[in-house]
Design a protein around this ligand. Structure first.
Ligand code: NBP
Length: 468
């Protein structure tokens, strides 16, 4: 009998299967059959890799489930959405109470919650698990964020922790996140944080090219130097590689169309931020920067009619630029963890932010020195920017961020995420905000009332503003 089953042998499923087999688990593998197109996918895949020699392949779901030990542990790695529902519906014919289904796809957390509750009624455990690391991570050790009941985590944790990446202390980058949709929620925000981390790096490339007049190789060298600093991250490392990559005698980057795609998780994160009332402005800014890039024809048209002063060169110390970058990254992480904290409170997930940061220190796309340092910081606070040690760091960097943003405006260099970071910290640290004007306007036209500054939790007031 097989101890662990896997459904969906696409890019991620194949890598996870090989990772599981490498750890010595007896596997049953299933991929759907589509006559003439997808035939004997699992059987053929098993023949390709020696480590899979003891795995068994299926294209009939009943036989696949029948080959699994009870309680069955079934990992689904198919396209998120309707395909996941179709697979679960088909499985229901064969599985029974106490079996565990793990969905490792990028599911929307509210779908995961719905599936969790539906399957609970039948006594089946449902684990909605974030998996990060891409194809290589899935093979060598991803970061895994399982959500579901504690009992279901106990049943599947030996498998998930065995294949997960290891943190610097040798502990698996996999931990129980919370019930219901918690695992997929944090994976969604992981991707949101990733959007802003990527956008900041893309903006740095523009800044170093247009403001500093540097070549791609020179920029790559700067990024490589930064890998020995507190700014090191997986995304910084790969961006240095990308900058150096040539096709023939031409940089590959120059041949890549400047229109960013997305698979929806940045939009979901932004929607969650609006639903929870959390100012995740960096994620939203990075998302909208992608959208702006995607309207390429309009951009080209606008570029003909809006003429900016030439991009005059302007530069300041590279170390100050790095400091500005680090401050913006901290602000992004502050917002991302704030968003998770608010969702955790609303849905009673009891997410341990420090443990989550630890799970993100290896195997995932946003692993970084900063994330490693946050493991400790998040033990004592849920709000990074308020923490004394983070405040000390950021305070020393804010002058550089302010200077960079001023230079960006002076030289007409687009840097939406850097500007958003600075505007956020300005507003966040403002004792007296402009919101009294907003409240007065709301009360004027809509009788929405306002609170008095001397009695914030007291009664609401309404004023007749216009006596005419
Ligand atoms: P792929 O597109 O490579 O594979 C998709 C798999 O889903 C294939 O095995 C496909 O079967 C199967 N499938 C589909 Br599509 N519709 C199905 C259905 N109705 N019934 C049964 N099987 C069905 O995707 P992937 O990159 O492996 O991603 C899988 C999941 O993991 C997605 O949710 C993705 O968002 C998530 N994810 C991906 C990454 C990444 O870096 N790629 C990272 C983290 C998470 P077929 O072969 O017969 O078409």
């Amino acid at each position: 009998m097989a101890e662990f089953g896997l459904i969906g042998l696409g890019v991620m499923g194949k890598s996870l299967a090989r990772n599981l087999a490498d750890k010595g688990f007896a596997l049953a593998l299933y991929n759907r059959r589509v006559d003439g197109l997808e035939e004997e996918v699992a059987q053929n895949f098993i023949k390709e890799y020696p480590e899979l020699s003891s795995a068994v392949g299926f294209e009939a779901l009943g036989a696949f489930v029948g080959a699994l030990e009870k309680p069955r542990r079934i990992f689904i790695m198919v396209k998120a959405g309707a395909a996941t529902d179709a697979v679960i519906d088909n499985l229901l014919e064969y599985i029974e109470a106490d079996d565990v289904i793990i969905d490792g796809g990028n599911a929307f957390y509210k779908d995961t919650d719905r599936r969790f509750n539906t399957l609970k009624e039948r006594g089946v455990h449902f684990v909605g698990s974030g998996v990060s690391g891409g194809e290589e991570g899935a093979l060598k050790g991803p970061s895994i964020m399982p959500g579901g009941s504690k009992r279901s985590f106990e049943i599947v944790s030996p498998y998930l922790t065995a294949i997960a990446a290891k943190d610097k202390n040798g502990q698996a980058c996999c931990a129980h996140i919370g019930i219901g949709g918690a695992g997929h929620f944090v994976k969604m925000i992981h991707n949101g944080i990733e959007y802003a981390e990527m956008q900041l790096l893309a903006e740095l490339v523009t800044i170093l090219k247009s403001m500093y007049g540097l070549t791609q190789n020179e920029i790559a060298d700067i990024f490589t130097q930064w890998t020995s600093s507190e700014s090191n991250s997986y995304l910084l490392e790969i961006t240095a590689d990308i900058l150096r990559k040539k096709e023939g005698d031409k940089f590959l980057l120059d041949s890549i169309l400047d229109q960013a795609g997305n698979k929806g998780t940045g939009g979901w994160s932004t929607a969650a931020a609006t639903e929870l009332g959390v100012p995740a402005t960096m994620i939203a800014s990075a998302l909208f920067a992608r959208y702006t890039s995607a309207w390429r024809n309009e951009r080209l048209e606008a570029s003909q009619i809006y003429k900016w002063d030439g991009l005059n060169s302007a530069s300041f110390e590279i170390e100050s630029l790095r400091a500005a970058y680090q401050a913006a990254r901290i602000i992004n992480h502050h917002q991302g963890f704030h968003l998770i904290d608010e969702a955790s409170k609303k849905y009673q997930w009891h997410i341990d932010l420090s443990e989550l940061a630890r799970v993100w220190t290896n195997g995932c796309i946003i692993r970084s020195h900063l994330m490693e340092s946050l493991v400790d910081v998040l033990k004592s606070t849920n709000r990074l920017l308020i923490n004394a040690s983070i405040h000390k760091q950021v305070n020393a960097q804010l002058g550089s961020l302010k200077h960079l943003c001023a230079l960006g405006n002076k030289t007409s260099t687009p840097m939406p995420c850097f500007q958003t970071a600075f505007q956020f910290i300005l507003a966040y640290s403002t004792e007296k905000s402009a919101a009294n004007v907003i409240q007065a306007q709301r009360d004027y036209f809509g009788a929405h009332t306002y609170k008095h500054v001397d009695d914030p939790s007291g009664p609401s007031h309404h004023t007749i503003w216009n006596n005419d």
